[in-house]
Ligand binder design. Sequence first.
Ligand SMILES: [Mn+2]
Length: 465
Amino acid sequence: MAFEEFREAIDRVSAVFRKVPKDKKVKLVTNYDADGISAGAILARMLERDGRKYDVEILAQLKEDLIERMGGEEYEVFLFSDFGSGQLEALNRCLKGKIVFVMDHHDIQGEAEEWIHQLNPHLFGIDDDKAISGSGVSYLFAKAVDDRNRDMAHVAIIGAIGDVQENDGFTGLNCELLADAVAGGRIVVERGPRLFGLQTRDIHKLLEYGSDLKIPGVTGNESGAVAFLQGLGIDVRNGCGFRKYADLSVEERDRLIAGIVMRRQRLDRPEDILTNVYRIVGETGLFSDAKEVSTLLNACGRLDRGELGLGVCLNDAVKKREALEHMKDYRRMIVKGIQWYHRNKKGDRVLRGDNYMIVNAGSDVLHTIIGTIMSIVSKSGDFEDGFYLMGLARNPDDGLTKVSLRVTGNDPSIDLKSIVVDLVGVTGGEAGGHQFACGANIPVDVEDEFIRLAEKRFGELCVLK
Ligand SMILES: [Mn+2]
């Protein structure tokens, strides 16, 4: 029922959009993560096909002062994707007299004026956060505007993966997107090992770094990984370079899978090593693996080059090449961030309690990657389940400090979002994110207070356990 109502709303809003005169220039504003960039690309293609003039802006956050600024711009039509539902009050106030469309899946705050045409699954009681993402909502809308936009279904899948909605398959409305992408011949679903970088990582590195797929003596052990492959009769080298999983023959892949299962004999469910691989048809290398493309889009957005990500989704050959180069810079930044953490983890910038660690990186780690660094550190295996990891890094552009919170394990009773919301309620700032990964932006001068309150809160959670 809820789905039917959502579908009716999509038809209704797309009909409203089609009636907007084509001489009105559109401003498309989208979120900078993989889901937001995918949504932006789907809508950009839709606007192009519809013969409309438009400009795109990609933002890390839809802040009130930015909405205020947009109110003064020449555009009469605004299209927001992967945010907007949390900023309805500001949209109501600043964009009066404009025609506004919002394609979002985040929590709805406030109520939209009738000239704001909002599509959001929460409006229809679809609250499962794996059902559909911002790019999925944008896709269903674009498809309703013009059925030819079906050819962007694979981009919506890339976006959904970026928002961690894929878990060995899809649920909810995401299934429809996947069915469209498969029917259109753009995606083939295959099975492969639960490792990231099947297309791009050197085969021994792939196994060494596979934190989601534990292989005794191999995970976290480079020489162990090389010896393991040699033992299976799989060549690591390929002429002057290293082979990738994608380079292995079918027979070698089978041998590798069997070898991994054998090596995991003593673990829980040793055979549980395969997962879905979403192969994008007609692409090679990184671009042929939806999970890897999703990571690439995130990297583009986080280093303020979201337009490269848009180019990737729109299949622009020049932008695709540039994005790959960019990915290398991003990797370098992450490595630098991790190295900073290891150099400082015993120093006074890192506070440790029984069940928490707070990393205050200041300006030494880029604010847009502190969340990624905390995610990597949380998966290092150095912490027991239920351990809280908080990172802070300053944004020199706006005088705010970006806070990221993670927790190890997946205890369903833990809700990080509510913790951050409470803390921000005391110190000021804005909170966002999900149950197991969330963050906030706080004024630099409340950092100390925020840290003190967080320590107190984590301490209380420890006692509760
Ligand atoms: Mn999203």
